[in-house]
Design a protein around this ligand. Structure first.
Ligand code: GYE
Length: 311
């Protein structure tokens, strides 16, 4: 009756909001976890989530946003596959007075075109990865190969910058080959195979820096098929903290990862609820924390702790 209706109505004034989520795709385990977590958060908060998987294509994300605008959703979440080309569709959302929250990547559009961006300090992640390798190799010469993320994405740009910042001034460390693996295991493996062939069967490679764990996991497979020991013959450092990289570390086949939380939706929905309540405008960037894990931490335990979180 009315009492129950009233009670449920006060449960959360955000109850019943419709949120459109223009997700990039499921190119990595980390992205799958982000999607799982966003669905769970929407469910808990009583939102209706309209989900779109763009298969890593920007035009599909733009079409999804236009469809959300036509539906008159109450907010849009966007994980922008690349940093450029968003101005017009973000202006359309602004004209429709629909707040847009960016998840895990940045855009080069003006700040006024989105409510806030939730993500990690991507440059810092690259610096943490580079600093670990500097400490690991000491004065030894180290020829590094790099698997970059999706070309033109803010993580690929910033994680490259950060790593280069960290090895600056250590002339014994040099990135000798660098190419995109598009954040996927398959392409990580494929590009690593070409690096191994180009570098004396891998004998001349000291370390791999991969912009995400999924490319590193693919590369580990290629290194083993080339008859080398990943984690020993070739050091492996990457970013995300997905379960399978902890499994590789426990097996001695990977050395370090910089954790990226998949929980971008929590802070995003908190900011939206404050905005829906009284127009509160959040900070333009809500930063999540990153943490370095190496073999000395409890990789097997970290694997167990993450294996059921939807990666
Ligand atoms: O590291 C990778 C995913 O945008 C920072 O995208 C995110 C990256 C993440 O493909 O696994």
């Amino acid at each position: 009756g009315a009492a129950i209706l009233a009670a449920s109505a006060t449960a959360s004034f955000a109850e019943g909001e419709v949120v459109g989520f223009a997700q990039i795709g499921s190119e990595s385990g980390w992205r799958a976890a982000e999607t799982t977590l966003t669905r769970n958060q929407a469910e808990e908060r009583g939102y209706q989530l309209q989900f779109s998987d763009a298969q890593q294509r920007q035009e599909n994300q733009i079409a999804a946003i236009r469809s959300f605008i036509a539906q008159g959703v109450d907010a849009i979440l966007l994980a922008p596959v690349v940093a450029t080309g968003w101005d017009s569709v973000l202006e359309e959302a602004q004209e429709a007075e629909i707040p847009v929250v960016l998840l895990d990547r940045q855009v080069d559009s003006a700040d006024e075109l989105y409510l806030t961006a939730v993500g990690s300090n991507l440059v810092h992640e690259g610096e943490v990865a580079g600093e670990w390798l500097v400490g690991e190799v000491g004065d030894r010469d180290c020829r590094i190969v790099e698997l970059q993320g999706t070309t033109g994405s803010s993580p690929a740009i910033d994680r490259k910058t950060g790593f280069e910042n960290a090895i600056q001034g250590h002339d014994n460390l040099e990135i000798v080959r660098s190419q995109t693996g598009d954040f996927t295991r398959a392409q990580g493996k494929e590009v690593m195979e070409s690096f191994l062939q180009a570098e004396n069967g891998g004998a001349d490679i000291c370390a791999l820096y991969a912009h995400n764990d999924d490319m590193a996991v693919g590369a580990i497979q290629a290194i083993k098929e080339a008859g080398l020991a990943p984690g020993e013959d070739i050091l492996i450092v990457s970013i995300d903290g997905v379960p399978d990289i902890f499994q590789a570390m426990a097996d001695g086949e990977a050395n370090a990862t910089v954790e990226l939380t998949p929980n971008m939706a929590g802070p995003a929905f908190d900011a939206l609820e404050a905005y829906w309540a009284d127009g509160t405008a959040p900070e333009k960037f809500i930063q999540t924390e990153s943490k370095l894990y190496t073999q000395v931490d409890d990789p097997a335990g970290e694997y167990e702790a993450r294996k059921d979180l939807g990666y």
